[in-house]
Write a protein that binds this ligand. Structure first.
Ligand SMILES: *[C@@H]1O[C@H](CO)[C@@H](O)[C@H](O)[C@H]1NC(C)=O
Ligand SMILES: *[C@@H]1O[C@H](CO)[C@@H](O)[C@H](O)[C@H]1NC(C)=O
Ligand SMILES: *[C@@H]1O[C@H](CO)[C@@H](O)[C@H](O)[C@H]1NC(C)=O
Ligand SMILES: *[C@@H]1O[C@H](CO)[C@@H](O)[C@H](O)[C@H]1NC(C)=O
Ligand SMILES: *[C@@H]1O[C@H](CO)[C@@H](O)[C@H](O)[C@H]1NC(C)=O
Ligand SMILES: *[C@@H]1O[C@H](CO)[C@@H](O)[C@H](O)[C@H]1NC(C)=O
Ligand SMILES: *[C@@H]1O[C@H](CO)[C@@H](O)[C@H](O)[C@H]1NC(C)=O
Ligand SMILES: *[C@@H]1O[C@H](CO)[C@@H](O)[C@H](O)[C@H]1NC(C)=O
Ligand SMILES: *[C@@H]1O[C@H](CO)[C@@H](O)[C@H](O)[C@H]1NC(C)=O
Ligand SMILES: *[C@@H]1O[C@H](CO)[C@@H](O)[C@H](O)[C@H]1NC(C)=O
Ligand SMILES: *[C@@H]1O[C@H](CO)[C@@H](O)[C@H](O)[C@H]1NC(C)=O
Ligand SMILES: CC(=O)N[C@H]1CO[C@H](CO)[C@@H](O)[C@@H]1O
Length: 546
């Protein structure tokens, strides 16, 4: 969660400059199909992500104001479940604050299979012994509470020894607990937000916590640290890495931290460090930090506890504290990102350096979808006389994806040429509303323009920047002049996720068109001849199976 006074101040300032319009009429039909949204009310950070191995069910909880579609107290843990990680069933709120001036703030869930806590008897299947560790926020303090569930994660009982952990602080939050197999202990990472500390605690039983170390003042600080998390990865083995590597290490750890405000993209975002964790200390391997998602709408990442294949899956909140309370959706605000699978991979940052990097892969169960029209185009030099326009207006419902692989000839344009490859994703009933995406050779960057719309919020809100870019590395250097690039994109009514080079870089951004003006036309154009070769361009409409 966040510092209330800062957000309140920002809200008051903006409110006087731009009256807040709460009735959005037709814009309310732009609810994403495969990005979870609450049916009513406000949502922010993902909480308590866990997998129930008995029911084969994924649980997702979230910071939730059920009484209004803006952030406000009392704040609950909302709840949704999914069998397929693509569409979600909303459940009743799972954890409530004790008082109306307070909040059940962010936290996590573990499965206490061995009943280390003693909360369970044999009536609860070991695979469903869910224990939530969360921050209780009151006007006077933030302390860590624990609650347990005997019904598979739908309702929770507060531990009578709460708070389990306090620090005489109003800025002590977002506990993420994991089981550390090697030391046979529970490990909590928790933010001492405004001291820029991620405190690491250990516990044998989830009730008694021992302070082990602090990871402090590393990477991008922003205004405060929030939502930490440690995840274990298989390390790629490399003979010729240009980053320091312990070739004998088969595992590496990543520490995720979200910062708000003050991220390089403006507002809030999630960074991570790669290193080793020995049960007490996290030590990063490199002095650099990386931003997990380079867009404007990805924050407070949390990873699932207990994924069935042992891989790392996570969800971000797909908004930005700079404007989240104003976005034109009604009667709810905010969606999640798609579920992402994370892995540790080498990343060719430039011709001379490889870095270790977290790769993101979107998790989409295509069995939940029907495919509408598909178009594809291959293996042609693409010049100014080649403009391409696909009409995808049959069977559309605002969900569209594309794969684009292209090469760029760096010797074919001058320093003052705008050597772009532009992709236009155009609205059905009003073609003045469109997204323009693309690459430009001199900038060596991918651009995103979400500003071409009639929606007042986009025009008026000074923090909702409409033009962004991602410094884009090639997926392959073909020769000294020619490089290959890949991008996968998915647009779901009001959210666009872009995965570059099989997910080595990602950018997630919301966009807003007039209600129902879904994308049904896709155009491709270039600015200069002889620069671009399209290896593959495929685009298709998708709809939900009922
Ligand atoms: C909403 O959209 C429908 C169909 O596009 C249109 O007929 C109607 O007038 C719109 N209503 C408002 C309030 O804009
Ligand atoms: C996907 O999971 C959701 C939530 O559990 C469920 O409502 C939906 O029916 C599932 N869809 C398919 C096609 O399995
Ligand atoms: C449960 O106990 C087994 C056997 O001692 C141990 O290997 C495992 O790490 C424990 N797991 C948890 C989550 O407590
Ligand atoms: C619970 O299950 C364990 C393992 O099966 C068994 O040893 C124990 O007696 C059971 N306890 C009760 C109260 O049934
Ligand atoms: C708790 O923090 C407050 C404010 O920083 C301080 O005045 C007080 O002495 C602290 N109390 C304890 C018991 O440390
Ligand atoms: C754990 O904390 C409880 C409550 O404070 C206390 O009664 C108990 O002795 C502690 N146990 C250990 C092993 O420290
Ligand atoms: C590592 O570099 C050496 C010397 O440049 C080269 O012979 C070898 O093939 C490289 N190994 C890999 C896996 O790229
Ligand atoms: C990993 O390698 C670095 C140097 O590259 C070294 O400082 C560190 O101690 C090594 N860590 C382990 C666990 O071997
Ligand atoms: C873990 O690493 C820290 C920092 O390198 C070191 O001080 C500590 O002794 C290590 N602990 C264990 C249990 O290896
Ligand atoms: C396009 O080029 C790729 C790679 O060179 C090749 O695998 C594919 O068969 C080609 N497709 C067509 C339709 O020529
Ligand atoms: C895009 O690529 C992904 C990953 O290879 C694949 O799953 C998806 O079906 C592709 N979609 C289209 C429209 O080509
Ligand atoms: C203050 C207030 O309106 N509280 C309500 C918020 O929503 C919850 C869940 O629906 C109600 O139980 C509260 O009464």
């Amino acid at each position: 969660m966040k510092l209330l006074s800062i957000i309140t101040l920002a809200a008051a300032t903006l409110a006087s400059a731009t009256p807040i319009e709460l009735k959005y009429g037709n814009e309310s039909i732009n609810r994403p199909l495969i990005h979870m949204t609450p049916s009513y009310g406000w949502m922010n950070d993902p909480n308590g992500l866990w997998y129930d191995a008995k029911e084969k069910l994924w649980h997702y909880y979230f910071q939730y104001n059920p009484n209004d579609s803006v952030w406000g107290l009392p704040l609950y843990w909302g709840h949704a479940t999914s069998k397929n990680l693509t569409t979600w069933d909303q459940q009743d709120a799972a954890i409530a604050p004790l008082k109306n001036d307070s909040g059940a703030y962010s936290g996590s869930i573990v499965v206490d299979v061995n009943n280390t806590s003693g909360f369970f008897d044999n009536a609860t299947d070991p695979r469903q012994r869910a224990v939530a560790i969360w921050t209780y926020n009151t006007p006077d303090s933030e302390t860590q509470y624990i609650s347990y569930s005997t019904d598979g994660g739908y309702t929770f009982i507060n531990y009578d020894g709460n708070p389990a952990l306090s620090n005489n602080s109003t800025q002590f939050r977002d506990p993420k607990v994991i089981w550390h197999e090697e030391s046979q202990k529970w490990i909590m990472t928790v933010a001492k937000s405004q001291e820029f500390k991620i405190a690491i605690y250990s516990s044998p039983n989830l009730k008694n916590w021992t302070h082990e170390s602090d990871f402090t003042k590393e990477g991008l600080l922003g205004f405060q640290y929030e939502c930490p998390g440690l995840s274990k990865f298989s390390a790629p083995q490399s003979d010729n890495a240009t980053y320091p590597t312990n070739s004998t290490d088969s595992t590496k750890w990543a520490l995720f931290i979200s910062i708000n405000p003050g991220s390089p993209q403006g507002g809030s975002s999630t960074e991570y460090f790669i290193g080793d964790f020995n049960g007490t200390h996290f030590v990063p391997d490199f002095p650099y930090t990386s931003i997990l998602d380079l867009g404007r709408d990805f924050y407070a990442l949390q990873n699932f506890y207990n994924s069935p294949d042992g891989e790392v899956y996570g969800i971000g909140w797909a908004s930005n504290w700079m404007y989240s309370n104003y976005v034109p959706t009604d009667p709810w605000r905010s969606s999640t990102s798609l579920v992402r699978k994370f892995s540790l991979e080498e990343f060719q940052a430039n011709p001379e350096s490889k870095l270790l990097n977290i790769k993101s892969t979107p998790v989409i169960d295509y069995d939940t979808l029907n495919f509408g029209e598909t178009f594809s185009y291959e293996n042609e030099t693409f010049d100014t006389n080649n403009s391409l326009s696909y009409d995808l207006s049959k069977n559309f419902d605002g969900l569209i994806e594309f794969n684009l692989t292209y090469t760029v000839n760096g010797s074919a344009f001058g320093k003052s040429d705008f050597a772009d490859l532009s992709l236009y994703l155009i609205g059905d009933s009003n073609s003045d509303e469109y997204l323009r995406l693309g690459f430009e050779g001199n900038a060596a960057a991918f651009f995103i323009d979400r500003g071409n719309t009639d929606v007042e919020f986009v025009k008026e809100n000074p923090f909702f920047t409409t033009r962004m870019s991602v410094n884009n590395q090639p997926s392959r250097y073909i020769d000294s002049e020619i490089s290959q690039y890949k991008v996968y994109g998915i647009a779901d009514r009001n959210i666009l996720e872009l995965y570059f080079n099989d997910g080595s870089q990602v950018s997630t951004n919301t966009y807003f068109f007039t209600g129902g003006n879904f994308i049904t036309e896709v155009d491709l154009e270039v600015g200069v001849d002889g620069v671009y070769q399209i290896e593959e361009f495929k685009v298709r409409q998708m709809t939900l199976k009922l």
